[in-house]
Design a protein around this ligand. Structure first.
Ligand SMILES: Cc1cc2nc3c(=O)[nH]c(=O)nc-3n(C[C@H](O)[C@H](O)[C@H](O)COP(=O)(O)OP(=O)(O)OC[C@H]3O[C@@H](n4cnc5c(N)ncnc54)[C@H](O)[C@@H]3O)c2cc1C
Length: 382
């Protein structure tokens, strides 16, 4: 079935060359990165050199001024390749938009060119040990002191934590008397800010090449000019960008589910038992027909959301539905496909095992499935 997203010939050429780029530059190096718990900086530079970082950024900052479908292609192809620890989509479509939308012209000129070349890797730090789903409960504070802001607190589960050169940090600037949605501001904390440090890499069951870690701010002093946007607007800024963040997450899950199904179909045709290919057992056929139906439903939903998002429409409710439903579906697909691989599916040598562990996080970060349902039910007037 043809996709309803109108990719042009230019998009298709871009997709093909990006696929070749991944084959050439990642090739079979990925397991080494999983072992190290981090991807090398040079791969980020190669992404930058080839125009794969923040491709939508305006030309005045060194970007290509490309439409958002180029970002969609990058996210889909990285997910299909299984390069799940390389958090380029987070950099391109989740963090860079904060700088572009809420930064001053001086901040955009200072930071965006490095984000595009790969010299400045981005992260966003919201979550704290005592505040995940309940973001308004964060305790990290920022206090104005002359020409500086002074940050104190701790963040956890921060993606790109070791690689990041610039971290967008959510911190409280309002007191107890301030309404929660007006008590938070966003700050850009640079790598060498005094009082800023990073914890050990967190050992995870999946996303093994992703450098997730804690961040610490001990009287961390940053220039007054590093606040992003207006003081007290941080919570609102974060909410305004969540539609794209959740869509990026869902479309990565969708692409991974599609690839997982493809490799499973290849496998069941090759694997022989009881004198015939595994694909000839009715259980295999019914299961794969079922998974393919769910994946096709997901694809229709995701493509409609991409179209609406690119057209600038508010699809908050539907994006939350997709973040929940598609990510849960992809997790189920990975689990059932692994089952068809038998014992081989449990071995890291087989790609399906990576799809399985990496699918697991998708229903948790960027808002858990439960939080998505909470928002959907509120938007349904319940
Ligand atoms: C690998 C990884 C990468 C991450 N990257 C980042 C990052 O780059 N930046 C960042 O800021 N954060 C990041 N996170 C944090 C992530 O967004 C949080 O883990 C997530 O929001 C959930 O918060 P929590 O872990 O504190 O769980 P909790 O909020 O404690 O939730 C625990 C359980 O309670 C459920 N729950 C919560 N609220 C309700 C409710 N109202 N009703 C019913 N059930 C509820 C949840 O769904 C969940 O099942 C990352 C996490 C991981 C694991």
């Amino acid at each position: 079935m043809e996709r309803t997203v109108k990719f042009t010939e230019g998009h298709q050429i871009f997709r093909e060359s990006f696929r070749r780029f991944l084959m050439k530059e990642i090739g079979d190096r990925y397991p080494q990165w999983e072992e190290a718990g981090i991807v090398p900086r040079d791969i980020w530079k190669k992404f930058g050199d080839n125009g794969y970082l923040v491709p939508w950024a305006p030309e005045q900052y060194g970007g290509a001024g490309a439409d958002w479908l180029y970002s969609v292609i990058i996210t889909e192809e990285l997910a299909r390749y299984g390069a799940s620890g390389l958090f380029v989509p987070l950099h391109n479509d989740i963090v860079a938009p904060y700088i572009h939308s809420y930064g001053t012209e001086e901040q955009r000129e200072r930071w965006l060119p490095g984000c595009i070349t790969g010299d400045t890797i981005l992260a966003v730090a919201m979550t704290e040990p005592e505040a995940g789903s309940d973001l308004a409960a964060i305790r990290t504070t920022a206090r104005r002191d002359g020409d500086s802001w002074v940050l104190n607190g701790q963040k956890t589960f921060i993606s790109n934590a070791h690689l990041a050169d610039l971290v967008v940090v959510a911190a409280r600037t309002g007191g107890k008397e301030t309404a929660p949605h007006q008590a938070m501001s966003l700050f850009a904390v640079e790598r060498d800010a005094p009082g800023f440090s990073r914890g050990e890499l967190i050992k995870k069951i999946g996303l093994k090449a992703q450098d997730t870690a804690e961040l610490f701010f001990d009287d961390c002093r940053i220039p007054a000019g590093n606040i992003l946007g207006e003081e007290g607007q941080g919570f609102i800024y974060l909410m305004q960008k969540l539609q794209q963040e959740r869509l990026v997450c869902a479309l990565g899950s969708q692409a991974a589910a599609e690839k997982g199904l493809e490799i499973t179909i290849e496998y069941v045709k090759e694997r022989k038992l009881f004198g015939k290919p595994l694909s000839k057992f009715q259980n295999t056929q019914f299961l794969l027909a079922d998974l393919a139906s769910q994946i096709t439903a997901g694809r229709c939903f995701i493509d409609e959301l991409i179209n609406n998002h690119v057209a600038g429409r508010d699809v908050t409710k539907e994006t939350c539905m997709a973040k929940y439903w598609v990510c849960e579906m992809a997790m189920h697909v990975a689990d059932r496909c692994l089952q068809l691989f038998g014992g081989y599916g449990y071995c890291t040598e087989y790609m399906i095992s990576r799809f399985f562990v990496d699918a697991r996080i998708q229903t948790i970060y960027a808002g858990t499935s439960e939080v998505m349902k909470l928002i959907v039910s509120r938007l349904m007037g319940l």
